[in-house]
Design a protein around this ligand. Structure first.
Ligand code: ADE
Ligand code: ZN
Length: 343
């Protein structure tokens, strides 16, 4: 079957490994939840919200992202939020998501960890039942807060581990990166590792390559979220290629947060061609202008990615996931069948 490059991207089966569920809150849903919950937003219309999404750096985004999350109060809210993301993911041929969630953003407002888990989990389990879609949950610690707070957050969530054993399998580190290096969270990551959780961390988005080194060497993470500043350190690039350490790259996020000023200058194609395990992801799609397919399409157009490279990026997503080996094999077979039946 002959199809266009964009149709090829649309049809490719994909896995998403870097998605903050709170970052999938579209202005329409933000408005609806504000009304439902009697929360006052500092915006009169959905258009006003969208117009405010003009970011200069990570912090300028985080300010709005945390403010937007204030409409999330009940289990139903977290269910609706997650279901809305799943519908977008299904439309983009996403087969699997390992979603991030930030309990501290919610407990600080009096919303319990139980409510957050319950709403997200109900949506993920329903999607597993009704569609060929799987998901898991990665609890992220906010790095602008203390390690003590992160330790308390892990403690508060642990009683839920058994109830959500089919979903919650990892911990991560996000929020304001600069001046909050990974090593500040060495103890909580060591504890999570001893408990058998998978480990990931944001590093090298705005922070220096040294933060990628410490995420690897001190936190002992299994994937680096973003990691685009690795290119400034040749020895690190060699190590990432040799170990096939996955980087969950988010092109439209990097553009919106001014990590790059033009997608044609993004280093994901160079890093892929240098043999690194690069994946494409949407990060906070409601804020950055697109879900998975939009990220793939914008990257392919700006960087002249070939179909073989797009297949490699999609494969990397499945291979770098924490799903069971037999499941990965099935996805890779589906991907190969799609790629070989189209040109
Ligand atoms: N939280 C949500 N999106 C994030 C990003 N891109 N970097 C760090 N923390 C985040
Ligand atoms: Zn992120």
């Amino acid at each position: 079957m002959t199809i266009s490059l964009h149709e090829f991207i649309q049809g490719l089966p994909k896995a998403e490994l870097h998605l903050h569920i709170e970052g999938s809150l579209e202005p329409e849903l933000m408005f609806a939840l504000a009304q439902r919950n009697g929360v006052t937003l500092p915006y009169a219309t959905v258009e006003e919200i969208r117009a405010a999404y003009n970011f200069t750096d990570l912090q300028s985004f985080l300010n709005l992202y945390y403010a937007g999350a204030a409409v999330l109060l009940t289990e139903e809210d977290f269910y609706d939020l997650t279901m809305a993301y799943i519908q977008r993911a299904l439309a983009d041929q996403v087969r699997h998501v390992e979603l991030f969630f930030d309990p501290q953003t919610h407990t600080a407002r009096g919303v319990s960890t139980e409510i957050v888990f319950a709403g997200i989990a109900r949506a993920l389990r329903q999607a597993r039942q009704e569609h060929a879609f799987s998901g898991s949950m990665i609890l992220c610690f906010l790095r602008h807060l203390s390690e003590e707070d992160a330790l308390l957050t892990l403690q508060a969530a642990l009683p839920l581990r058994e109830q959500y054993a089919d979903l919650w399998n990892g911990v991560g580190l996000d929020s304001a990166e600069v001046d909050n290096p990974p090593e500040r969270f060495a103890r909580v990551f060591a504890q999570a590792r001893e408990l058998g959780f998978h480990l990931v961390a944001h590093a090298g988005e705005e922070g220096p390559p040294a933060y990628i080194h410490s995420a690897l060497d001190i936190l002992q993470v299994e994937r680096i979220d973003h990691g685009v500043r690795a290119e400034e350190d040749e020895a690190l690039m060699q190590k990432l290629a040799k170990t096939q350490m996955p980087l969950t790259v988010c092109p439209l996020s990097n553009l919106k947060l001014c990590v790059v000023d033009d997608l044609s200058k993004h280093n994901l194609a160079r890093m892929l061609r240098a043999g690194l395990c690069i994946t494409i992801n949407s990060d906070d799609p409601a804020y950055f202008g697109g879900y998975m397919n939009a990220n793939f399409i914008a990257s392919a157009d700006a960087l002249d990615l070939s179909r073989a490279e797009l297949v490699q990026l999609a494969k990397n997503g499945f291979c770098a996931s924490f799903a069971p080996a037999e499941q990965k094999q099935l996805w890779l077979e589906e991907l190969d069948a799609f790629a070989s039946s189209t040109h």
